[in-house]
Design a protein around this ligand. Structure first.
Ligand SMILES: Cc1cc2nc3c(=O)[nH]c(=O)nc-3n(C[C@H](O)[C@H](O)[C@H](O)COP(=O)(O)OP(=O)(O)OC[C@H]3O[C@@H](n4cnc5c(N)ncnc54)[C@H](O)[C@@H]3O)c2cc1C
Length: 498
């Protein structure tokens, strides 16, 4: 190595460390100023840096490394670009073979019957889900963002600020953002959880495998009555397949729906031909003569025939090699503060994997929803790159959309904002609207609306955020969802009602 290259390498490494320290320190000046001071030409700097250091580290861009190329990584990348801080500085390490995409599509448009224009990449790369630019792999190249595909991070050395990938590549970081999301919970292998024909759905590869099974399927069993179960069962019924949902609880989506609300959705599923087996515990998944799954055996001794089974029983935060960064024992995931900083300087966590302070309700939470993935990414990067010091103040927002394929007799789209605590008031007959209001100590805490208009959906976050005192009797007396929302709207303080 020539003298010039050696001194460039020393300068590069010290800069990278400075950035690491700078980036997590909210006391410091903005990165814009720093970059102007040191990085006169980031392109020429990058070229000399990579040549000098290529023998040591496999990544050229080392100021910030994002581990996990999913939903939140895509929105984080966009925010770096908006600040003019991506080019030559940002590296994203992906487990999957694809650039970040809008993951919710996988159980919605992606599973439409093949003759009903199913969604496929590049159609749903981030950030199309929020009306933003479609960030194709070329977009990352154009923006100078280094992408490493299909090589997950397997280990971290916090002291040396390095990562080791599965294939053995050594990566250096200045600041690190952990955005590894979740992995689907699985049935143990010994009860048939890995049999061919048994599916879990978390990424494009899983969805493609499921589609190849659906193409040959006759009898589908969906295990789990949560979001994934409800969405996959709706999709299977769109394929006109004999579909049964099995779950141990009493009704669909017990974490959010009231029994009465769940009943409306269950009736709708039944109209689409979906069968329900509630309160059922699964003993094992049984293989047929060809080694593929052939049946579900229940604890009560009964057996249900199935050639395709989709398990939707929840997910676990993908903390993998990052346990040493600081786990939260109550909700799982990696503990962060209101700016997504972990207890290790220079390391951040966002999206599903982050256990963050849910300021509104004074508790630590993990939220496995795309809206939080997007917002946490934006908040974290803004705090990292600017002098922003306000704490993340998230209002929980959940939604689902099903039966949306062309020709479907009834589309379903609900949105929920707030906290589902206290007593409930339900208004509407589900033809097509219905609304549930959660009231705690006289205050409106949460609200769910099915098939609302854009204006109605826009009102929901205002209601959940300001938590007005509502007249429960007036709400109960409303003869329609529109009227009930009007009652709630009028209970808002003047400044929030506008
Ligand atoms: C099928 C499905 C449907 C959904 N539908 C909805 C919905 O309708 N509404 C809603 O609000 N939310 C929905 N969600 C949840 C939403 O998609 C997630 O909250 C969101 O994707 C979280 O973003 P994330 O970046 O934290 O994680 P992810 O988007 O999961 O991305 C994490 C990425 O990190 C990668 N990774 C993991 N470990 C490593 C490692 N060691 N090294 C490198 N990479 C790694 C993973 O492979 C993945 O690509 C759905 C989720 C799924 C799976």
């Amino acid at each position: 190595m020539s003298k010039v290259w050696r001194s460039m390498a020393t300068l590069s490494n010290s800069l990278s460390l400075k950035h690491g320290l700078f980036l997590w320190s909210t006391q410091s000046c903005s990165l814009d100023k720093l970059s102007k001071r040191y990085l006169i030409s980031s392109r020429s700097f990058r070229r000399s840096f990579s040549i000098a250091a290529s023998t040591n580290f496999a990544n050229e861009n080392r100021e910030v490394v994002i581990v996990g190329g999913g939903n939140s990584a895509g929105y984080a990348a966009r925010t770096f670009v908006e600040h003019g801080m991506a080019d030559g500085r940002l590296c994203i390490v992906c487990k999957e073979a694809y650039a970040p995409y809008e993951r919710p599509t996988l159980t919605k448009g992606y599973l439409f019957p093949l003759d009903k224009k199913p969604a496929r990449l590049p159609g749903f790369y981030t950030c199309v889900g929020s009306g933003g630019e479609r960030q194709t792999p070329e977009w990352y190249k154009e923006k100078g963002i280094e992408m490493l595909y299909e090589d997950p991070v397997a280990d971290i050395d916090i002291e040396k600020q390095t990562l080791m990938t599965h294939s053995g590549k050594l990566l250096k970081y200045g600041s690190l953002i952990i955005a590894t999301g979740c992995t689907a919970s699985r049935f143990p292998e010994k009860i048939g959880g890995n049999l061919p024909g048994v599916h879990y759905i978390r990424d494009v590869a899983d969805a493609d495998l499921l589609i190849s099974s659906l193409e040959k399927a006759r009898k589908v069993v969906v295990v789990g009555g949560g979001y994934i179960g409800m969405e996959v069962a709706a999709a299977a019924s769109g394929w006109k397949l004999d579909t049964t949902i099995i779950f141990p609880g009493e009704h669909l989506l017990p974490r959010l729906f009231t029994p009465s609300l769940a009943q409306k959705y269950e009736e709708l599923y039944q109209e689409h031909g979906v069968k329900f087996l509630k309160g059922a515990s699964i003993k094992s998944l049984e293989a047929g003569f060809d080694g593929r799954v052939a049946a579900v055996k229940l604890e009560n001794g009964s057996t249900i025939e199935a050639d395709t089974i989709i398990i939707g029983i929840g997910a676990k935060p993908a903390v993998g090699p990052f346990e040493g960064v600081g786990l939260n024992k109550t909700v799982g995931g990696i503990q962060v503060d209101g700016q997504f900083r972990t207890s290790v300087p220079g390391i951040f966590a966002i999206g599903d994997v982050a256990a963050f302070p849910l300021k509104m309700y004074g508790r630590i939470a993990r939220v496995e929803h795309v809206d939080h993935a997007r917002r946490s990414a934006q908040h974290c990067v803004n705090a990292l790159l600017t002098a922003r010091t306000d704490a993340y103040d998230y209002l929980p927002y959940f939604y689902s959309r099903v039966f949306e394929y062309e020709g479907s007799p009834r589309k379903v789209w609900w949105q929920f904002f707030g906290d589902n605590v206290g007593e409930t008031v339900e208004i509407g007959n589900f033809e097509p609207k219905i609304a549930t209001f959660w009231i705690d100590s006289g205050k409106l805490k949460g609200v769910l609306v099915e098939s609302g208009s854009p204006e109605e959906f826009q009102l929901l976050p205002k209601l959940a955020e300001s938590q007005p005192f509502v007249d429960k009797a007036k709400l109960q007396a409303a003869s329609s969802v529109e009227e009930a929302l009007e009652v709630a709207h009028k209970s808002l303080p003047v400044e929030s009602a506008a």
